[in-house]
Design a protein around this ligand. Structure first.
Ligand SMILES: [Zn+2]
Length: 175
């Protein structure tokens, strides 16, 4: 009977692992996290604002809360606001912006009506608003080419990509 050497067994194991990885059988989590967020120490993002895009904000809140329930809440008299949402009208500017001081803290989301009211579809408005809330939650741009909410640009994605979920979970370890 032929003996199989240890080196041969090792070679087979390595080849099988290479095959598994190359075929995408094991999917590695891709995490895109910003160096800051507007979430408070209680793990909530309490929002308030003066925006006409309330339907879009509701979409964004429901989308992210669908993965981590109760994270984003409307501001109330008894809680301190973490992020303010307002509209801007900037010709040729960004679709939306989110500003947060370095180290984290109170954030401001601005939605650009120059696009929202003109070339954008409802799906484009929803995706962009959810994208900006993603930044407030501590997520960074995801420009790997996948259909993620955190991908920059005019898209109509209406659900969280696995990258969005993994990035949200990773960012939440800081809250
Ligand atoms: Zn962005």
């Amino acid at each position: 009977m032929k003996k199989i050497g240890k080196n041969h067994i090792l070679l087979v194991v390595v080849l099988v692992l290479v095959l598994i990885v190359s075929q995408g059988i094991i999917a590695f989590a891709a995490v895109y996290v910003w160096d800051r967020d507007a979430v408070d120490s209680g793990g909530h993002l309490d929002w308030d604002g003066d925006t006409k895009y309330t339907d879009e904000v509701s979409f964004a809140v429901d989308l992210w809360n669908g993965h981590r329930p109760g994270t984003i809440r409307p501001d109330s008299l008894t809680v301190i606001e973490d992020v303010w949402v307002e509209d801007m009208n900037v010709t040729g500017g960004s679709y939306g912006t989110t500003t947060i001081p370095s180290g984290g803290g109170h954030g401001t989301i601005r939605l650009n009506s120059y696009y929202f009211d003109d070339t954008f579809t409802e799906d484009n408005r929803n995706k962009t608003t959810a994208h900006e809330f993603g930044h407030a939650l501590g997520l960074d741009e995801n420009n790997s080419g996948v259909s993620a909410i955190m991908r920059q640009g005019k898209y109509s994605y209406s659900s969280l990509h696995q990258d969005d979920k993994d990035s949200f979970d990773d960012a939440a370890t800081r809250y």
